[in-house]
Write a protein that binds this ligand. Structure first.
Ligand code: SF4
Length: 1005
């Protein structure tokens, strides 16, 4: 019944046929599909993700905007600002926002070789065709990528070379507060927070462009918008004291345009007017932070003197905690993320952080979603909070003492003591956390050798705490040290950057101490920080340096593998720029290149803080009662607290009564949520008790399948590792952008899909629990698939009965149909569920079954005609192919021993045929590895078979894997057809309990 004709491929007529190959291969993949398979991680470039928004290009649109992030996709997709802007603009009916990210060096080379432009992910539109190109400036080392995006997007680099038809380039983000090095390349800087002004600005630009207004008129109109800096309307001169180029006034055109003398930062008064978006394209390729992150506050109360964000995001503003919880849960449910995080400049200083986490964690536990809490301080971590965070699978915590001695912490105004650090470490280790990571900065003003030694000493003392507790396994203590970069708009903006030789010496000392104290030490590249200082405190002179370096190949300067110090030294020399003028101490009375940007501070505030720093005098946090470290955690506590809040009248003009009142309202709101949750939990308990005990399952029937988890605590994952489960095979097709998703990325997509469907997975039993699942063999990037398989352990209702052998085949089939419908409704674009089967207990895993695969390849009718004439003759002899050299991380290497390798693929080709009319070659590959079999021929690639048969290569995106095959008693059978076959064969293809136990344990390990 299931034996195929050995000379022909005999695919199942219902699923496989010549006519339905084309939709899989011809679906709109990407205009660059021909070469995307050649570059690393093509998933970065394909777009088409879930929750991507492709808007119609009709008449109602007044401005098309592309957000060109100057870094890789995985970095840009993790950036909260990208999420905020993408939704803000796309929520407006008359605006469009698309995304583009810097292409990695390999794709840039392919684009340049073919003369093709960088395109957006949504509609594959070249950047030059948008009305406005937005540039997100997160840090100075991305500046060469700003030029790369413009250049590859087909936009002249310098503003002076752009014509009326070229897009307007707008840049925003933290480094737009000191923009001078980028001024020749950017038309407009938006200083501050974009929410309130950007949509209006885009409408103005879009309308004027549609009316045919000249470029300078558009810039003039833009310059009158709050927070907008149009550099072309300002002139510079060299300041005698600092020797830097500073903005000295407006040009006549600037005055005529009505551009302001100083550009004032814009900021959002009430963050709740702009709810944090819970929907955003869900990355296919792994993002740096692959989670549903939610911004909970902007600004910070602490006033650390090195920290630019603490100044340029003043005042502190907190989102409504109820809205935060809603955004987190909606984000997690909509995208199916396994992790979420709350982000703030200093999470511990958010007024309601304690009750907020306590309300959020039960909901996350229910969903098996981890909660990451970033930017902790070494205080405010009470015991119950630590327990809550641990219970959702977090095993390590990170906090930032920043300096290793109390003296140095006073200089930088870091409100943390040694006692705070060690107490927190003790309570963290006592709760079984396995890792502590601490961030430090060296090279701070007034730093001595004792302060540097203090960094390692702090790490040693934290390790000593773990030793004193007597933990069975020593936790890891990581000390991460970066160097201070004096930043504009901070009290340290006048301080010198420490010289590179001195920094090298300090790193050497820290390495020796870390080795002695058994600390893990991470350091940040000193030369990159030096460059960051040059661009941070740089003036318009740095523009030529930037362009020189870009032309010499500088890209991704924040990536260690790309950074070249020598290239920058040459770029500086060629531009005749002395770098020391940017790194030395600047006179307090000098004019500075960022003085024309008004952050909103009173004159003299920063200088006063600098003077206090040099005398080691602290300024206790503003917005808190004097001497308080943490906020009230309950309404009663907050109501009873009559203390005044500290304020230095820095110029931002906070309303302290309103600040107090808002915090009280937030606590009351959380109190209401807590009451509602308790009510819900009581109802659930009553309902469970009323239902009474379920059917009793004989426990010996579950033997070997429910081993205890090695997780000793009560985390959500322990239960999910020990619960009864059904083993489910999900069959799916891959087409369109999904074909360019790597195997590891696919392994993230499936659990997300399950979470969105509300289907719980079983977790592995190890210390780092992961969903229990297996996949078929990896596909080459670009290859489509008609019937792939994932084998999943799912916590379906009644799973204990199934494991005990009490489910009939009919029951399994019915459950499979229901599951199929649920999964099909949440499958991401390009992935279609084609079948679901619940396998009987003891049935072999797919890893033990898969032995071959059927492929179809679109070779075109001409080639198919030629091949049809010689196919049988070619199959009669060997089919040699030469494996070319392939690149590896260590350079170019050959497949074996440095030589090209010739292999015969014929033994692996079971059968082949040509459909001349459809232009398709089909063949069956044997993947079964005989015991002891080695050698390259076992891993024959479909395109190698095509090359061997046709004598010409074929791109992977012309290939489709039709189905995976098992080999049953010497014959190939499609994996989906195994159910009835196994049923017919009875116990011969099942394993006994002891074998099952051994295989499951191996799988879990
Ligand atoms: S006005 Fe007062 S409370 Fe507000 S940021 Fe400035 S110092 Fe802090």
């Amino acid at each position: 019944m299931f034996s195929p004709d050995p000379t022909r491929i005999a695919p199942s007529p219902q699923v496989h046929g010549p006519s339905d190959l084309q939709p899989l291969l011809a679906s709109p993949v990407h205009p660059y599909a021909e070469f995307l398979g050649k570059v690393a991680k093509p998933g970065r470039y394909i777009g088409g993700e879930e929750q991507q928004r492709v808007k119609p290009q009709g008449d109602g649109i007044v401005c098309r905007f592309v957000l060109a992030f100057p870094d890789l996709y995985e970095v840009g997709m993790s950036h909260l600002g990208t999420r905020i802007l993408y939704n803000l603009i796309n929520n407006a009916d008359d605006l469009v926002c698309e995304r583009a990210f810097s292409p990695w060096i390999d794709l840039e080379a392919e684009l340049r070789a073919r003369g093709l432009p960088l395109v957006s992910l949504e509609t594959f539109t070249p950047l030059r065709e948008f009305d406005v190109v937005g540039v997100s400036l997160q840090y100075e080392l991305c500046y060469t990528n700003v030029l790369q995006n413009l250049d590859l997007g087909g936009i002249p680099l310098r503003t002076r070379d752009r014509g009326d038809r070229d897009p307007i380039v707008i840049a925003g983000g933290p480094t737009a507060t000191h923009p001078e090095p980028l001024t020749p390349f950017v038309d407009i800087f938006l200083v501050g927070e974009a929410e309130e002004v950007l949509p209006g600005l885009l409408r103005t630009i879009g309308r004027m462009r549609r009316e045919g207004a000249p470029r300078m008129e558009i810039l003039a109109a833009a310059s009158r918008v709050a927070g907008v800096y149009v550099p072309v309307f300002y002139y510079v001169e060299r300041d005698e004291r600092s020797e830097l180029l500073v903005v000295a006034g407006r040009t006549p055109e600037g005055i005529a345009a009505g551009a302001p003398e100083r550009v004032t930062r814009v900021w959002v008064r009430n963050l709740d007017d702009y709810p944090f978006p819970s929907e955003f394209p869900v990355p296919y390729a792994e993002a740096i932070f692959d989670r549903a992150a939610v911004e909970i506050t902007r600004g910070c109360t602490e006033g650390c003197r090195f920290c630019q964000a603490g100044i340029i995001y003043r005042p502190v503003r907190e989102r409504d905690p109820k809205a935060i919880i809603e955004a987190v849960l909606k984000g997690v449910d909509a995208a199916g993320f396994a992790e979420t995080s709350l982000t703030a400049l200093s999470t511990a200083d958010v007024s309601c952080i304690d009750p907020l986490i306590k309300e959020l964690v039960p909901e996350l536990k229910r969903r098996k979603v981890k909660l990451g809490v970033a930017s902790l301080r070494a205080y405010g971590l009470n015991d119950s909070l630590l327990d809550e965070i641990k219970s959702v699978g977090i095993n390590g915590l990170t906090f930032a003492p920043e300096a290793g001695t109390q003296r140095m912490r006073d200089v930088i105004n870091k409100n943390v003591s040694d006692e705070d650090i060690l107490n927190s470490a003790r309570r963290i280790f006592e709760r079984g956390y396995e890792r502590i990571k601490m961030y430090f900065i060296m090279g701070l003003p007034t730093e001595t050798e004792a302060d540097v030694i203090g960094i390692a000493e702090t790490g040693r003392r934290v390790r000593e705490v773990a030793r004193q507790i007597g933990l069975p396994r020593m936790p890891s203590v990581t000390v991460s040290v970066s160097q201070h970069v004096p930043k504009p708009h901070t009290p340290f903006q006048w301080a010198a950057m420490e010289s590179l030789p001195d920094l090298y010496g300090k790193v050497k000392m820290l390495r020796e101490l870390a080795k002695r104290y058994r600390l893990e030490l991470k350091t940040h590249n000193q030369q990159e920080s030096w460059l960051e200082c040059l661009f941070g405190r740089g003036d318009r002179d740095m523009a030529d340096v930037l362009e020189n370096a870009y032309m010499a190949g500088a890209r991704f300067e924040g990536w260690r593998e790309c950074f070249s110090f020598d290239r920058w030294l040459k770029a500086l020399a060629d531009a005749g720029v002395d770098p020391n003028k940017f790194t030395r101490t600047l006179p307090l009375d000098a004019r500075l290149p960022w003085d024309h940007i008004d952050i909103g501070l009173e004159p003299g505030f920063l200088a006063e803080e600098y003077r206090k720093a040099l005398k080691s005098r602290v300024s206790p946090p503003c917005g808190k009662p004097f001497g308080a470290k943490v906020h009230a955690t309950s309404t009663a506590e907050a109501e009873a607290d009559a203390r005044r809040l500290v304020c230095y009248d820095c110029g931002i003009a906070c309303d302290m009564s309103e600040m107090k009142q808002n915090r009280l309202v937030a606590l009351r709101g959380l109190g209401e949520l807590k009451g509602q949750r308790h009510g819900r939990e009581r109802l659930e308990t009553d309902a469970a008790e009323a239902a009474g005990p379920g059917a009793l399952i004989p426990t010996e029937r579950l033997r070997g399948r429910l081993n205890p988890s090695r997780h000793a605590d009560d985390s959500a994952f322990k239960a999910a590792a020990e619960s009864p489960f059904c083993r489910v095979r999900v069959f799916f097709s891959k087409s369109g952008p999904m074909c360019f998703m790597g195997h590891l990325d696919l392994m993230r997509v499936i659990p997300r899909m399950l979470r969105r469907a509300g289907v719980e997975t079983a977790f592995s039993r190890g210390f780092t629990p992961v969903p229990r699942m297996s996949f078929g063999p990896a596909l080459a990037l670009g290859v489509a698939a008609r019937e792939e398989v994932a084998e999943l352990d799912l916590l379906l209702p009644g799973a204990a009965e199934d494991m005990a052998g009490l489910w009939s085949d009919e029951r399994r089939a019915a459950e499979a149909v229901a599951l199929h419908e649920r999964l099909a409704s949440v499958a991401p674009p390009g992935l279609a569920i084609v079948g679901v089967r619940i396998v009987a207990p003891g049935e072999r895993r797919i890893g033990e079954l898969i032995a071959g695969a059927d492929y179809s390849v679109a070779i075109g009718t001409e080639q198919a005609t030629e091949l049809g004439k010689v196919l049988q003759q070619r199959l009669a002899g060997p089919l040699p192919i030469e494996r070319a050299a392939k690149a590896s991380k260590r350079g170019l290497k050959r497949a074996t021993d440095g030589e090209a390798q010739v292999i015969d693929v014929r033994p692996r080709v079971v059968a082949a045929e040509v459909d001349v009319a459809a232009g398709i070659l089909r063949f069956r590959l044997d993947m079964f590895q005989e015991p002891g079999e080695e050698g390259a021929s076992k891993g024959v690639r479909p395109r190698e078979v095509v090359q061997a048969l046709c004598g010409a290569p074929v791109a992977d995106h012309r290939v489709c894997r039709d189905r995976l095959l098992a080999k049953i008693e010497g014959e190939y059978v499609g994996l989906r057809e195994l159910g009835p076959i196994f049923n017919a064969m009875g116990e011969r293809w099942r394993r006994d309990a002891s074998t099952t136990e051994a295989v499951e344990a191996k799988h879990d390990a």
